[in-house]
Write a protein that binds this ligand. Structure first.
Ligand code: C5P
Length: 220
């Protein structure tokens, strides 16, 4: 499952994994956790030393792939709440644009996928899953929606989690991250040539889930 932020990717991916008794991997959480390690080292995402800190933190990451309670641990600490905050959100696109960081995480993600496939399957969400991480995935979906709808969804999510969720600020962040994620040199956000594209502007979570389950059944 690929697509920009605010398309409902996480919600539908988790529900799809639950409905299929599959595992669920949020690759964005991995980039966010490495970004947290960089910030905790007192650096900003664009600092030349960020790469070394981020790469050093890769072995300390642990993704819990349970769709009912997905979370990420950094050196054993559950950092799920902290990685969703504004500081990490502002810095993550810079860290995720570093080619060596991407290479290290893609390797980790492929290992997790290979293990889960033996155990009954996995739903993986991110920006480069169909194009780079799992190019032979049996089903690739690219979720999209207009930027205003995405900003409204993201704002509602932020307010629910107790953050400000001001729409103008969220819209500016959505635009900034879209630009950075789509224009980076290494594996930019893009639609895999064989992906099914779903525009979710007019679709509820239940509508999207129904369509995904139909696609899963169709692919056997
Ligand atoms: O999905 P989420 O918004 O949590 O992702 C946070 C950031 O991580 C994205 O804006 C993007 O910069 C990066 N990311 C990525 N490749 C992925 C998943 C996320 O570059 N597969």
């Amino acid at each position: 499952m690929d697509g920009p932020s605010g398309t409902g990717k996480s919600t539908v991916s988790r529900r799809l994994a639950g409905a299929c008794a599959a595992a669920y991997l949020d690759t964005g959480a991995m980039y966010r956790a490495l970004t947290l390690a960089v910030l905790r080292a007192g650096l900003d995402g664009a600092d030349p030393a960020a790469e070394r800190i981020a790469l050093g933190a890769v072995p300390n990451l642990q993704s819990v792939v349970d769709p009912d309670a997905p979370r990420i641990l950094l050196s054993g600490e559950d950092v799920e709440a902290e990685i969703r905050g504004p500081a990490v959100t502002a810095a993550v696109s810079a860290v995720s644009a570093v080619p060596a960081v991407r290479a290290a995480l893609v390797a980790r993600q492929r290992t997790i996928v290979a293990d889960a496939v033996v155990d009954g399957g996995i739903v993986v969400e991110g920006r480069d899953i169909g194009s780079v991480v799992v190019p032979d995935a049996p089903l690739k979906v690219y979720l999209t929606a207009s930027e205003h709808v995405r900003a409204a969804r993201r704002g509602a999510q932020d307010r629910k989690a107790g953050r400000t969720g001001d729409i103008a600020v969220v819209l500016a962040d959505v635009r900034r991250r879209d630009r950075l994620d789509s224009t980076r040199r290494t594996s930019p956000l893009q639609v895999a040539s064989d992906a099914v594209v779903l525009d979710t502007d007019e679709l509820s979570v239940d509508d999207v889930l129904a369509e995904l389950l139909r696609l899963v059944r169709e692919r056997g």
